[in-house]
Design a binder for this molecule. Structure first.
Ligand code: WTA
Length: 650
């Protein structure tokens, strides 16, 4: 029996699994705050999701209205058939009449420099770039472009210019290595790369164009690199164009041409269980309806909001809730180039006070880091402008949820814990902040029009508190359309495990109130600080090193990052002379060079052999237990030779 008295409010709350009603002051002003009315919408949407999405398609401007909402050529969906629209026009032009002087973005650099862009200014910059891309380079619908940039307004201008002229963009997070960038440029046959000479983060200068140069030296399709120079003295090479010179003679208006609803808006590469990252293909019409609707409902958007989603545009969260979903609703956003704890641990709170941020949308890893840094860094700031908080990217542990709720939201801001994926395009499971009672650690319920379920290995629906696989039973508008150049892989990854159900790759359960509790990936994908990484990719990087014979990578629980990366490596030379420490260092750097520093293993363990079953499969479960420091459990009788998980240490 538990005899120790515990006075910590947080622990008591967690033990009681308390439910938090949406704070009354928030509910009063919320756009959606009538539970009975909402319940009817939600129930109808579960019976007829297409009908719900049809009603939401009104949120955006169609140059030609669609004739049929949905067509299912299983597993390939089409939404809003025959509809035509221009996504950039929806994000910019249509707001100009009423809010051309409204700020679209407040950009802050790590050194505190601020730049603001109104909708009119953003529109003009996008038009100039669109004109130049068309008239000087002949770019046109059907082409694709890679964007490898820091989080500066020009990155968003590049996205919108591509969208405007029908060129699919493929953004590569600027922390990826030249190899990763090259692979993605080659897979998408990009004709141009948008970059900047440098980026600034944690007080360091990142030589982005240097990485681009290394990458494009191997890319036949790339004709030009457009470089936004932040340093006047940067020299450019013959295939590189100076962004300012490229655009400055161009007209500040541009007539946007409408594209088909299914026209690809962007590719975004993400890690899967096997092979190289997959190019997730997103549409124009369905995607925009999905992000505009979810942004509006889940973030309770108001004209006066100052929205801050801290994600980089290199990830789906940045695409959907820094750019498209927010601009489509005409909302002001903050973007910040630097690290949230640089140069001091209160930097994020300082920015919130400085710009009167109303809504903060960030990742549990960041919340845990702020929490660990100590309350004194928060207490210096009032945070009184905040009214809503969001979480995304990984499960949020109840302790971090409570801290976020009490310390940051002062118990007056609801927290929307939003579950979704690169593939889903927009949020699929989340509270509606003026309606849904919150339970710390649960993403609560599916958004209207999303039919989610938990099933067992046979695809059968499970009851309350039975753990299984999270699936989606009905297609939704912002879902991926395919994997670029690989429709077979699309079928295999998402539609082959259960017939007719979208397989998310996540494990979850529902509780007795129908709340979803997402546990994390059930496949060989790991989630490090909210970033998705394939263990196979890291293994391939390791075995490309001449001193590695074999490698197996697993995730292990990490208090701060959610998961850490542990690699088991069998070296080619395992003799007496092996210097384990220096080889481990060398291999960590090698992985960072091959993929990017986000994939750098936390720990490398050298073993004489890897544990395998008699049929030659690596026993990952056993390695996961070992990595987590657990006793080896379960059945190891099929192991070829259990004593061979012999670590080499010195
Ligand atoms: C995980 C990020 C628990 C999940 C938007 C998913 C979450 C993967 C949550 C997708 C959440 C995302 N609670 N887990 N609120 N949000 N995940 O593609 O495992 O980078 O499958 O998209 O992140 O990661 P991705």
């Amino acid at each position: 029996m538990e005899t120790r008295r515990n006075n910590s409010a947080i622990e008591t709350v967690i033990k009681e699994s308390r439910v938090f009603s949406p704070p009354a002051t928030f509910v009063e002003k919320a756009n959606i705050n009538d539970p009975a009315k909402y319940q009817t919408i939600w129930e109808d949407s579960q019976k007829n999701p297409v009908h719900f999405w049809e009603s939401q398609a009104e949120l955006i401007d169609w140059s030609k209205k669609w004739t049929q909402a949905f067509q299912w050529n299983e597993p390939f969906p089409k939404w809003f058939l025959e509809g035509k629209l221009n996504v950039a026009q929806n994000c910019l032009d249509r707001h100009l009449e009423k809010k051309k002087n409204k700020i679209a973005y407040i950009w802050e650099g790590e050194d505190g420099v601020v730049k603001k862009l109104t909708f009119q200014e953003l529109y003009e910059e996008v038009c100039q770039l669109s004109n130049a891309l068309e008239s000087k380079l002949g770019l046109k619908a059907g082409d694709s472009a890679s964007i490898y940039m820091p989080l500066i307004p020009e990155a968003i201008i590049a996205m919108l210019a591509c969208a405007r002229i029908g060129v699919a963009h493929s953004i590569v997070f600027a922390g990826f290595s030249s190899h990763s960038l090259r692979d993605r440029i080659q897979d998408a046959d990009c004709k141009i790369v948008f970059t900047s000479d440098v980026g600034y983060r944690r007080g360091q200068v990142l030589e982005l164009n240097k990485t681009v140069r290394e990458a494009v030296s191997d890319c036949k399709t790339v004709k030009n690199v457009l470089v936004f120079k932040r340093n006047r003295h940067t020299d450019l090479q013959s295939n590189e164009l100076d962004w300012r010179e490229f655009v400055n003679d161009q007209p500040k208006t541009h007539k946007a041409q409408p594209f088909d609803s299914e026209h690809p808006l962007f590719y975004l590469y993400t890690s899967g269980t096997t092979g190289k990252p997959k190019g997730i293909v997103h549409s124009s019409g369905g995607y925009l309806v999905g992000v505009a609707t979810t942004a509006k409902w889940i973030f309770d958007l108001k004209e006066t909001d100052i929205f801050w989603c801290t994600a980089d545009i290199g990830w789906i969260t940045g695409h959907s809730y820094v750019v498209y979903g927010l601009l489509a609703n005409g909302i002001t956003s903050v973007i910040y180039e630097g690290a949230p704890m640089h140069p001091h641990a209160g930097r994020i709170w300082e920015i919130i006070d400085k710009h009167n941020v109303t809504t903060l949308y960030t990742a549990p890893t960041a919340i845990r880091a702020f929490m660990r840094a100590g309350d004194q860094h928060v207490e210096k700031y009032s945070l009184k402008s905040l009214r809503l908080l969001g979480s995304v990217g990984e499960p949020i542990n109840p302790e971090a949820w409570m801290w976020y709720y009490q310390m940051i939201g002062k118990a007056k801001c609801p927290i929307v814990d939003t579950w979704w994926q690169t593939e889903t395009g927009s949020i699929l499971i989340s509270p509606i902040p003026g309606i849904t009672p919150l339970k710390p650690g649960s993403a609560t319920k599916p958004f209207p029009g999303i039919v989610a379920d938990i099933v067992n290995e046979e695809g059968k629906s499970l009851g309350p508190n039975e753990g299984g696989y999270l699936v989606i039973r009905h297609p939704w508008p912002s879902m991926l359309r395919t994997i670029h150049k690989n429709p077979e892989r699309y079928k295999e990854s998402y539609w082959s495990k259960f017939k007719g159900l979208y397989f998310t790759g996540d494990g979850a359960h529902k509780d007795e109130n129908g709340y979803f509790w997402i546990k994390g990936r059930v496949d060989d994908v790991i989630n490090v600080s909210g970033h998705r990484l394939g263990t196979m990719e890291i293994e391939s990087a390791l075995v490309s090193h001449p001193r590695v014979a074999e490698a197996a990578v697993v995730g292990r629980p990490d208090e701060l990052k959610g998961q850490g990366i542990v690699a088991f490596v069998t070296p080619r030379d395992s003799g007496e002379t092996l210097d384990v420490k220096s080889l481990a260092q060398e291999l960590k750097n090698h992985v960072a060079n091959e993929i990017g520093s986000l994939a750098r293993p936390d720990e490398i363990k050298f073993t004489k052999t890897l544990p395998k079953t008699r049929s030659g499969k690596i026993m990952r479960r056993l390695l996961k237990d070992l990595a987590a420091g657990k006793e080896i459990s379960g059945d190891t009788t099929t192991l070829e030779n259990p004593s061979l998980v012999e670590l080499i240490e010195n």
